[in-house]
Design a protein around this ligand. Structure first.
Ligand SMILES: *Cc1c(COP(=O)(O)O)cnc(C)c1O
Length: 216
């Protein structure tokens, strides 16, 4: 099976302490099951409805990561089961997630999405806003901010990617030193995961290198 082969190849290149999130967005259930049957359990989706449909029809021991933008009015759909929300970028969203954590009697784990690329992006907070959101989250009991997530610029220039990952890595280390529970740095995709790991990534989100190129 090509997907199982891809997974094994990738896992041999990734250190053990780095969690591999297999990004299955747009991919059919039977393809996800190829990875599942090869032993993989951590999958990432970027659309709430798609993740919900897959959660309902696939094995319940899959750990689902929401890696896309989360609209506040849709938090309720994933709050009962989501394993980690990578894209938290506002106090309002933190409050909404905490509210649904309370309703579901669970602590929902999240990452703050940081805008580290020079490209114009609607999503993610700047590096200097991290402390404010992190400090605020400490007052709430049903959300836990576990670390940072970022995406590098879409470029072949490895020095740009390296400096962007370096900036988020340094900030991550600062907080991790004070709070050992703040221990997830989600950086690195198919094209740049090696650079990310060199900058301290311990969670990579990889789609095309496992499932092949996406049409959309
Ligand atoms: C699609 C996506 C990925 C995976 O991208 P690949 O280049 O296919 O590995 C990772 N992170 C986010 C946020 C994504 O939307």
């Amino acid at each position: 099976m090509i997907i199982a082969d891809n997974l094994h190849k990738l896992k041999s290149k990734i250190p053990n302490h780095v969690t591999l999130v297999a990004v299955s967005k747009t991919k059919r259930n039977d393809l996800i099951m190829n990875a599942y049957d090869a032993g993989h359990r951590v999958f990432g989706e970027n659309k709430i409805q798609e993740m919900l449909a897959k959660y309902n029809s696939l094995p319940k021991d899959i750990r689902w990561h929401m890696i896309g933008h989360v609209q506040r009015n849709k938090v309720k759909y994933i709050a009962p089961f989501v394993s980690l929300i990578h894209g938290v970028d506002s106090i309002k969203l933190i409050n909404e997630i905490n509210k649904h954590g309370i309703k579901n009697s669970r602590v929902i784990k999240c990452l703050l999405q940081v805008n580290i690329s020079k490209e114009v992006s609607k999503f993610g907070i700047s590096l200097n806003k991290i402390d404010e959101l992190y400090d605020y989250s400490l007052s709430l009991e049903n959300i836990s901010i576990k670390g940072l997530m970022g995406m590098a610029s879409y470029t072949n220039d490895k020095s740009i990617i390296n400096s962007e990952f370096n900036s988020i890595g340094l900030k991550f280390n600062d907080i991790n030193k004070i709070d050992p529970n703040f221990n997830i740095l989600s950086i690195g995709m198919s094209g740049d995961y090696e650079v990310a790991i060199n900058n301290g990534s311990n969670m990579v989100r990889i789609g095309s290198k496992i499932f092949g190129e996406r049409k959309i």
